[in-house]
Design a binder for this molecule. Sequence first.
Ligand code: SF4
Length: 445
Amino acid sequence: MHRYHPDLAERSVPRYTSYPTAAAFKPLPDAHADALAAVAVDTPISLYLHIPYCHEICWYCGCNTGALGRPERMDSYLAALEGEIARVGGAVRAPVGSVHFGGGSPNAMQPAAFLALSKTLRRHFMIADDAEWAVEIDPRHFSLGTAESYAAAGVTRLSIGAQTFSPQVQARIGRLQPWRQIAQAMSDARDAGIARFNLDLMYGLPDQTLDDVAATISAALLLAPDRVAMFGYAHMPQLLPRQRRIDESLLPDAEARFWQSALAHDLLLEAGFEAIGFDHFARPEDSLARAAREGTLRRNFQGFTDDRATTLIGLGASAISQFDGLFLQNEKHVGSYRVGAANGLLMGTRGLVRTPEDRMRGALIERLLCTGRVDVAEIAAEHGQSSHALIADLDQLGELTERGLATTRGSTVTVTPIGRPYARLIAAVFDTALQARQGRFSKAV
Ligand code: SF4
């Protein structure tokens, strides 16, 4: 059951991987050392490592990455990153329950370099034996040798960028990769002992049709992933010049995007996946689905997650850390990061100190997006805040409740089944800073 509302689907809202969002970050050059010193010693934390290089650059990509070119660029980046790992690891005494490599393409690194990096991490951080090690990979550059190095490093999950299996859509986004290549990458990983797989797909791509989406989902199911993410393509060429290569005239309109997303949702549920939040799907036995059922699903800078750590430490250029009451982003420019980190500096440069109200609203938005329901008075009480402002915000839900996308009962808001695609719009009602930042975010659907 899906209902298209053209005026709502057209609106731009944040993805809310944090609240306030990274758009509100300001220079914070001196916060890093104190933030690390304040990390509790006995509570598990998570690590995120950013590798800002790819073999080739896809036209649609919104990540902080560049073409690798000469291999020495990676070598000097990794030397700087190892320096940062040593400094940050030396300042933090907490156990690590999860390690995530993103980018860019972490497999732009040579397998031996990846293995060496994993050893550096283990030397400087107390990484639990049962920690999840997840790596985002570009399957076009993945071999059995890479898989074996990853397995030796302790990698437990691969996140594979597939986007679409339609050759004509692949040609429109500058990313040609046959299904067989992805199947081979997964088979190599399974042979090496890596057992868990996420597949990232997209809708709203140029020249993409409902038939393409259906065929892509069918092809994806043959690969037997544990999780599927179905992201809407966000076309923002004013912010991402590489997207200017995409022919705008071929982009599906808001209504076509809506039905593509709806079709993917229905096909994945039909195939036995459970819907997680508004754009993820997982097999019932996967830990993400379990977390959703048990009410422990979280949302952080990596999206929906079963990771319960409240401290996330980002390492590498542009990586964002989440500390108690503080978001801190490392220097984004890779060259400047390399120079600074190689010279012994801590690289957190921009961020935001969260006010008690930010934390309350952030918790509210996270719970709403993760569970589809939130009692705003309860959230206020949990944060020792007055609930007056949140209760007043409920009045703004009028147009959404009238259309049956959300319901309110007392101080509780519930996203209805037909409201799920509009969940970010419902969350945006509680985002006090949104108006000032309109126009910098992706479409709601
Ligand atoms: S491989 Fe991934 S990170 Fe690299 S350019 Fe393509 S989409 Fe972006």
